[in-house]
Design a protein around this ligand. Structure first.
Ligand code: C5P
Length: 398
């Protein structure tokens, strides 16, 4: 990994995880990046400017109103001289200040003044992480284009367990590398994505459908295109605008979706996010009439083709085949069994039980089931799930 000639402005805010910033600085320097550190007052309670200075081999900035700092380099310039601004660890407090547009110290002033991409690695107590205020701040920041890495799940310094641990320095480094050095790792690759529901006609005006909005599949198509892939998005009926730089193939039924997917092969990656109707019925040519004199229609159902399983066994098979599992109970057992049954590499599993707000929602809480096991990701926006999945998919091709 080479970050030679890249300049990172690293903001270290308060929290026990601040000590890990030292390792991050070491890794960044080893990768060839120049690192300028800014330490908040709370951050300085956990790690000293001297340690950061020794590892970064650069002056460490702490105070907004320091005449020396201003004569050497104004804060605006400091915020703009970097290729990327990284906040690690980011406390609940600094996230709140960022979301609120505060400029109460050097770190927050820089964050308000910067015109550079900002990557945030949060670390805090699990309850602070889960608090509605923190989650709202994160949603605001993501909406503004701030990138996030972590937090991870695990045991915490405060003797609690859950999400809130700072992502490992190596993980943060990998994201920095992806953001700065390899922005288009899927260039030259073809990705096939299915999305949305299918509509199975009953007669010319009625159909069998489901609640899929298509959002997750559309976001994945967009994220893969952003990483440079040529994307074919085979979409059932949805009311979403097609993402930029994506070839959209609109279909209605499961059988049409299968034909469109087969026509799109060969593909390097195939992601089956569509909620394909399991059954279809023989569609009547004329509208079925209701009348007290006519017996109620009964629908004889036929199983639809399994598009995912078909493509997972196609020749040539896409290098990476990803299925989804939306379940209302025994999620992980079903997802693991589904991975084997369908012959796909990964299953992205989510709980769509009533009350989760997942189905058709703008947030998702997923488990990634791979040959290596199960990873549980924190609840995040469908866009963030898509970006993370796309980044993981890109790693297969490096
Ligand atoms: O069997 P089940 O519907 O639970 O499997 C879900 C996964 O399989 C999803 O990835 C979905 O897109 C895919 N699927 C498919 N064709 C079907 C049914 C499901 O591609 N007929």
């Amino acid at each position: 990994m080479s970050l030679a000639s890249k300049r990172i402005l690293l903001i270290v805010s308060g929290g026990i995880a601040a000590y890990k910033a030292l390792e991050l600085v070491r890794l960044l320097r080893k990768a060839g990046a120049g690192v300028t550190c800014v330490l908040t007052r709370a951050g300085a309670e956990f790690v000293t400017p001297l340690s950061l200075q020794a590892l970064s081999e650069s002056r460490v900035y702490t105070e907004l109103f320091s005449l020396t700092d201003e004569s050497e380099m104004g804060h605006i310039q400091l915020s703009r001289a970097a290729d990327l601004v990284v906040v690690a660890p980011a406390s609940a407090n600094i996230l709140a200040q960022m979301a609120g547009g505060m400029a109460s110290d050097l770190a927050t002033t820089l964050l308000l003044a910067t015109d550079k991409h900002v990557l945030v690695a949060p670390a805090m107590n699990v309850r602070m992480w889960e608090h509605a205020a923190t989650q709202a701040n994160i949603a605001t920041l993501k909406h503004r284009g701030v990138a996030f890495v972590g937090p991870n799940e695990g045991a915490m310094a405060c003797n609690e367990y859950g999400f809130g641990r700072l992502a490992e320095p190596a993980e943060i480094l990998a994201i920095i590398d992806a953001l700065l050095v390899r922005p288009k790792p899927l260039t030259g690759k073809h990705a096939l994505v299915t999305a949305g529901p299918t509509h199975e006609p009953i007669d010319p005006v009625r159909y069998i459908a489901n609640r899929s909005s298509g959002r997750q599949g559309y976001a994945i198509a967009a994220a893969l295109a952003e990483l440079g892939a040529r994307v074919t998005l085979v979409s059932g009926p949805v009311s979403l605008a097609p993402p930029a730089d994506v070839t959209l193939v609109r279909v209605e039924t499961a059988r049409e979706m299968l034909v469109a997917c087969e026509a799109a092969l060969p593909a390097d990656v195939a992601v089956f996010a569509a909620a394909v109707a399991d059954w279809r019925t023989e569609a009547a040519n004329l509208k079925l009439k209701k009348s007290p004199d006519v017996a109620l229609p009964s629908l004889a159902l036929t199983l639809n083709p399994d598009i995912l399983a078909t493509i997972a066994h196609a020749n040539p098979r896409p290098r990476l085949v990803v299925g989804f599992a939306a379940e209302t109970h025994d999620l992980l057992a079903h997802a693991t069994a589904k991975r084997a049954r369908k012959g796909c590499d990964w299953i992205v599993a989510n709980d769509v039980a009533e009350g989760t707000g997942i189905m058709g929602g703008v947030e998702n809480e997923v488990h990634l089931v791979t040959a290596e096991g199960v990873e549980t990701w924190p609840r995040m926006s469908t866009d963030e799930v898509a970006r993370r999945l796309a980044t993981r998919m890109a790693e297969i091709f490096v």
